[in-house]
Design a protein around this ligand. Structure first.
Ligand SMILES: NC(=O)c1ccc[n+]([C@@H]2O[C@H](COP(=O)([O-])OP(=O)(O)OC[C@H]3O[C@@H](n4cnc5c(N)ncnc54)[C@H](OP(=O)(O)O)[C@@H]3O)[C@@H](O)[C@H]2O)c1
Length: 286
């Protein structure tokens, strides 16, 4: 049986993709930078991989592979240099499907690296499937977790806006379906949750589950950017956050949908389920 190669396999989405492919009995190769140190589920085979590798090394990574789950690591801005050669190698090795983890609304936002990757996949005639997820619920359990745990506060300049966030585990579920069932090549799927969520609602749900008050601070843009600067965040990170939350305040990510349900036969994970499953992350230590 030929294998599915999963990039970003130690990451939030990639690990969910691994789990769901293995549950479907697929042969799965986790493409990881550190095969000895990577924590992978039983049944996944680790293979050394870095987007900075040479074309010849890509050919070896792709040996025995017929499908690829492709993601752009947040650390990589220059996709032309690091992702395009890998896509070209996948074409050369006759990979029959590349499922790319893109971004909700990417078709309207030509300045994102994801847009460039989508364009390259199309232009090179690759057999692509685009997954365009909304904001991940897991942002609350990763990048924002410390603030929620230590200050009991969600500190984001989202105003009174709504976001139809999606659980990354649902993206993994969808990826496994589109990689193993026919009819998904050449398709693009926007993946949102089934309910638009305000940050006030999220704070209320966390308060209920955690049993202590969690507040949504609703800072102004200026206060938020000043806090990021005080935390020593780099200028380009701060500029991206500014742009992202301007779009969020315009409700550009508010629209829910039922694409997860349509593709997998099960509804998207709810906020309540997510907060319950991840509750330990926000409990103060000791
Ligand atoms: N967060 C959101 O709300 C959201 C919404 C829509 C789309 N997205 C997109 O989703 C993607 C992020 O997915 P994620 O959250 O699952 O990522 P993540 O958890 O940050 O994981 C990043 C993965 O990339 C790997 N990696 C880093 N540098 C690499 C390199 N040079 N070569 C090979 N692998 C490398 C890491 O492996 P190591 O173990 O080796 O470090 C890790 O597995 C981004 O493209 C982001 O724009 C995010």
């Amino acid at each position: 049986m030929r294998a599915v190669l999963v990039t970003g396999a130690t990451g939030i989405v990639g690990s969910a993709v691994l789990d769901h492919l293995l549950a479907r009995g697929e042969r799965v190769i986790a493409a990881v930078r550190n095969p000895d140190g990577a924590k992978l589920p039983d049944g996944a085979q680790a293979r050394s991989f870095d987007f900075a590798m040479t074309s010849a090394e890509f050919d070896r990574v792709l040996d025995g592979v017929d499908r690829v789950f492709l993601m752009r690591p947040p650390q990589i801005e220059d996709v032309q240099r690091y992702l395009f050669p890998f896509i070209d190698a996948a074409r050369r090795n006759r990979v029959r499907q590349l499922v790319f983890l893109s971004l909700q609304g990417v078709q309207f936002n030509k300045r994102t690296p994801h847009h460039a990757v989508e364009q390259h996949l199309k232009a090179s005639g690759a057999p692509y499937t685009f997954l365009r997820p909304n904001f991940f619920l897991q942002n609350l359990s990763s990048i924002y977790a410390e603030e929620i745990r230590d200050r009991s506060e969600i500190y984001l300049p989202a105003g009174r806006s709504y976001t139809a966030m999606i659980d990354a585990r649902d993206i993994g579920r969808v990826a496994a379906v589109v990689l193993t069932e026919p009819g998904h090549v050449g398709k693009a799927y926007t993946l949102s949750g089934e309910h638009p969520l305000s940050y006030h609602k999220i704070a209320t749900e966390m308060t209920r589950v955690l049993g202590r008050p969690i507040t949504y601070a609703r800072p102004s843009e200026a206060d938020y950017l000043a806090r990021l600067a005080a935390q020593g965040r780099p200028a380009d990170y701060i500029a991206v956050q500014k742009m992202i939350y301007r779009m969020v305040r315009l409700n550009a990510s508010a629209l829910p949908n039922r694409v997860v349900r349509k593709l997998t036969g099960q509804p998207a994970t709810t906020l309540r389920e997510f907060v319950h499953d991840y509750r330990d992350v926000w409990q103060p230590e000791g």
